[in-house]
Design a binder for this molecule. Sequence first.
Ligand SMILES: Nc1nc2c(c(=O)[nH]1)N[C@H]1C(S)=C(S)[C@@H](COP(=O)(O)OP(=O)(O)OC[C@H]3O[C@@H](n4cnc5c(=O)[nH]c(N)nc54)[C@H](O)[C@@H]3O)O[C@H]1N2
Ligand SMILES: Nc1nc2c(c(=O)[nH]1)N[C@H]1C(S)=C(S)[C@@H](COP(=O)(O)OP(=O)(O)OC[C@H]3O[C@@H](n4cnc5c(=O)[nH]c(N)nc54)[C@H](O)[C@@H]3O)O[C@H]1N2
Ligand code: SF4
Ligand SMILES: [Mo]
Length: 726
Amino acid sequence: MIDSFSRRSFLKMGAVTTGALVVGEFLPPAVAQMATEAGMLNASGDGYIPSMCEMCVWRCGLIAKIKGGRVVKLDGNPEHPHSRGHLCVRGQSGLMNTYDPDRVLKPLIRVGKRGEGKFREASWDEALDLTAGHMQRIKDTYGPEAMVFSSTHNLSQVQFENLLYAFGSPNYGTQRSLCFNAMIVANQMTYGMEEPERIYDDQLQYVILTGRNLFEAISTSETGDLSDAISRGVKVVYLDPRFTKTAAKASEWLAIKPGTDLAFHLALLNVIIDEKLYNASFVEDYTIGFDELAQEVRDFTPEWAASLTEIPADTIRRIAQEFAAAAPHALAHNGWRTSNFINSFQTQRAISILNALVGNWNVTMKASAGESSGALGTPPQPPYPRASAMRLDGVPYKYPVVPFKLGVFQELRDNIVTGDPYQAHGWFISRQNPVMSLPDRAKTLQAFEKMDFIATVDIFLNDTAWFSDVVLPETSYLERYDPLLPVGNRVFLRQPVIEPQGDAKSALWIYKQLGERLGLEDYFQYTDEEDYIRQQLEPLGVTLDEIRMNGYVDLPESEEEEEPSFAWNTPSGKIELFSDTLDRVGFPGVPTWQAPPQPPQGQFYLLTGKVAQATQFATQNNQLLKKYSDEPRLWLNTTVAEDRGMEDGDWVEVTSQVGQVHIRLKVTQGIRPDCVYLTPGFGHLSKGLTAAYGVGASDSALHVTYTDPASGSQALSQTFVTVRKA
Ligand SMILES: Nc1nc2c(c(=O)[nH]1)N[C@H]1C(S)=C(S)[C@@H](COP(=O)(O)OP(=O)(O)OC[C@H]3O[C@@H](n4cnc5c(=O)[nH]c(N)nc54)[C@H](O)[C@@H]3O)O[C@H]1N2
Ligand SMILES: Nc1nc2c(c(=O)[nH]1)N[C@H]1C(S)=C(S)[C@@H](COP(=O)(O)OP(=O)(O)OC[C@H]3O[C@@H](n4cnc5c(=O)[nH]c(N)nc54)[C@H](O)[C@@H]3O)O[C@H]1N2
Ligand code: SF4
Ligand SMILES: [Mo]
């Protein structure tokens, strides 16, 4: 199906497919030459070229099938530890990302009012001169801190950060506070690391997933690991107010009351300590603060938690006993997007501590190797200027344990609106859609109104680009190089498998051009993308041509045997059940109960959550994926619908403190009666997304902004809504 679909759209674009032309005109010459020499492309330029997916953050290795100068199919690279030869439905549909008729292929400059969507095409010189000119003017007039920079995790982010640090602004907005800050700050405070690696080996017996919907919110290798574990008979307990695909596959689904996961985990700690089910020698040798913890959780019995979680006390007690009996081959999963309630940080601390109490370290969890780029080279550059201004979001003064670099994005946005402690005037955005991904969309647009100038780097007219003054079109991931990606002991390459369409350019090129225009050329000492990668590869003694063929290279093996690590990067060097750091800055040193707000009578918790066939706010315009997606609807519990005289398919009006949307109902037993659920990523504002515009409604338009004072995480399930027939 994919083949015939893309061939059709190819013909529509009027391209010529004669063999000899193909290699020279549609395929990047250096890549084509290597692939031909390696026998991967035939004389007409048809065959296979390896690269990397970018339909989500996993960046699975892919092999692109090329025919007639076009990509006609994408498959997984069996050598990649994430994909292991498979691409998910989004990865397979990635070619329609590249061939989307809505791609922006020339720089755009706004001519109408902001949000009117009127742009004119411009040359790169004009668009870059205009962008750099505004950035320089803002810097000269108000200081570098008046420019906000924001971007979400991606491979060229290192050069985005280079631009912002060289420019001298402290105001960097990332997705982290919208996503997993509660989890990573909790792990930092407990283990001194962001996220331990999880081990799903043959011995694993028991897993507790707290809202970690691994079968829809995909993490390729881990989703596969969990699936294998379930086939082996591993018991999986899954907590979610909603019946997701993971709930369907779990041994036990507990429809926990939103915001009470903390009570559930405190009760597990209570039973494990009270019944002496913990690993006493592990606790003694490797942790500090056991007595404070035991004291704190003494009253948090299963009976106490039952009234809050609406899960029977016997069930909670049994799960604690089963978990401890299976330990250390038992894993309490932290979750990923842990931005649900302002007590989610405490929940995360309780989960991390639960693993420590039963001695799971180096059995189901170990120190994460992460994406260490230590072995790679970097272009030379001078030191950065010191950013003299404070961050707009108050990190670290207001948020002492939030990583300084990453900040609290929603608060940064709020302070743009208030102009407190100073007014920002410009915003440079890349690979991010904050108009949709920040809570309270109307407020984000208010922040935009405060701006003299907004520039966005994207491949589409996403909602953020739609409200920008300049849109700088990036090449798609199949048309460009990005910096290398180390995964474990391999380094993977993204290389273009076709030539760029239109005038689109890579982010590496765009940032360098801006840097040069801003007088920051010393920070961008690479001539082009290939030169950048060659400098990265230099210490490895590997050439770019050598890595092209497989799409990866192995790093030299370390001589030393890797010893299991029992040292933690915390102030005490131990696992901190009690955290002096937290205590000293005024947060509870051991996890304790913090009651979440509850919806007033007649209102519902508004739940959000990923679906397998979409990535965030980015793929709804993909015409292949659209075929796999049902029209998004508001989930409402069957009994509630009956009580209110509502039926499946009815149009309803959903109202929160900050917004209102209209949407059809999906009446289902798969959600608690006190909750409704809306798939994120729909209800786009940009008419430049012709396939996605007009489909569904946006939950971001409804979300009220709440922030956890410890981790800076937004609290998405804390928005309450009314639902009535439209
Ligand atoms: N297909 C696909 N995969 C993805 C992504 C994607 O967009 N699409 N995004 C990636 C990213 S960036 C992330 S952060 C991860 C997110 O991975 P997850 O955190 O696993 O996924 P979410 O769907 O954000 O949230 C999971 C569940 O939390 C539930 N939930 C809401 N409130 C509560 C509560 O109070 N308690 C409990 N127990 N559950 C609650 C929701 O009903 C939802 O089903 O997924 C990643 N993988
Ligand atoms: N309501 C609600 N809000 C949420 C969430 C939720 O579940 N519900 N999830 C939260 C989470 S977990 C996260 S991580 C954040 C994500 O928030 P964002 O990072 O803002 O969202 P994305 O949709 O991932 O934005 C990616 C943008 O990159 C563009 N893009 C795609 N490919 C390329 C490319 O090759 N180059 C360039 N330059 N651009 C490209 C896309 O068109 C899109 O505009 O949202 C958070 N906000
Ligand atoms: S999980 Fe899917 S979308 Fe993400 S990188 Fe892998 S194949 Fe691509
Ligand atoms: Mo995320």
